[in-house]
Design a protein around this ligand. Structure first.
Ligand code: TPP
Ligand code: SF4
Ligand code: MG
Length: 298
């Protein structure tokens, strides 16, 4: 029998206000299971910051600081500095932002925090658009997706700009540890956060979490769809430790992208040629990742 490695302790109570099938509460649960009660989270505006409950209810069992949209990393850095001055060495500081709050508006504060190698974990909760304000395109929206700011009736009909390669910005910037994790793989998710918490310096966690209204998906399929993101190779699971890449989930035979795309209303409009183009792009990106694994392990 495989060993059950998911801690039974819960630091997120029932009663959060996320939509059914949302990946974000799962991500919070798994991260806190790995990090434990001596954790403080700081959030900018976004779904992660508002789903904890509507006052006077609060679903998290750890303290939270709310910050302005663009300064999540800077605020986490400041909390860490305050803890260090007061001698509180045993607490984990986690800046937790959405994809829009990271790759677009918060990138400057994040980059400076990595420069300073502040001892924090930075989490980018990637649901591939600005979801809390109604599904606007972000720098993480994939090619082909519909959003309310890339209407299907527009020029091309869908988002045409490639998803920003945030890990490729963070690694040369100098993070000591980076990992991609997916809410469909809880054991891997928890293992990566456990690794991150024992490393000093700035750690960057790229979390994939589905958004049911934003991806136009059936809530009961959200985990299956998140799993397909990894099984098709569009969201591979890997880690980077001091510049060295390794796959944390080997996919022997990747599934075709069509299996992932066809379950999501945000891709429903795509013609066959566009599906083929997307497949080719995913193949090329995956090959680049394998090359990085090979090159950095020689
Ligand atoms: C400076 C500033 N600009 C815009 C907003 C409005 N706003 C609040 S939440 C949000 C979307 C957040 O998107 P993302 O960071 O991807 O998180 P998600 O809600 O998708 O989890 C926006 C645009 C704001 N609060 N502050
Ligand atoms: S809008 Fe999307 S990200 Fe926000 S709570 Fe609902 S499912 Fe989750
Ligand atoms: Mg988002």
């Amino acid at each position: 029998m495989p060993k059950f490695t998911i801690p039974t302790e819960e630091y997120m109570r029932k009663g959060h206000s996320a939509c059914p099938g949302c990946g974000t509460p799962l991500a919070l649960r798994y991260a806190l299971k790995a990090l434990g009660p001596r954790t403080i989270l700081n959030f900018p505006a976004g779904c992660g910051g508002v789903i904890q409950g509507v006052w006077p209810f609060f679903a998290l069992k750890v303290p939270v600081v709310d910050n302005a949209f663009e300064c999540t990393a800077a605020v986490a850095n400041g909390i860490r500095a305050g803890f260090d001055v007061t001698g509180m060495k045993d607490a984990y500081v986690v800046g937790w932002s959405g994809d829009g709050g990271t790759v677009d508006i918060g990138i400057q504060a994040l980059s400076a925090t990595v420069d300073r190698n502040a001892d924090i974990i930075y989490v980018m909760l990637d649901n591939e658009a600005y979801m809390n304000t109604g599904i606007q395109r972000s720098g993480c929206t994939p090619i082909g997706a519909w959003t309310t700011t890339t209407p299907v009736a527009g020029d091309k009909g869908w988002n045409t700009t490639p998803k920003k390669r945030i890990m490729d910005m963070m690694v040369p910037n100098g993070i000591v540890y980076g990992a991609t994790v997916n809410v469909a793989y809880p054991e891997d998710f928890i293992a990566r956060f456990r690794e991150a918490k024992d490393i000093k310096g700035t750690k960057f966690m790229h979390v994939l979490a589905p958004c049911t209204p934003g991806w136009r998906i059936d809530p009961k399929q959200s985990i299956e769809i998140a799993r397909l993101a990894t099984q098709t190779g569009t969201f591979p699971l890997y880690k980077v430790e001091r510049g060295k890449y390794s796959l944390t989930k080997e996919i022997k035979k990747r599934k075709p992208m069509e299996e992932y795309l066809k379950l999501q209303g945000r891709f429903r409009h795509l013609p066959m040629e566009a599906l083929q183009e997307i497949q080719e792009q995913v193949d090329a990106e995956y090959a680049m990742l394998l090359k990085k694994v090979k090159d950095t392990n020689e």
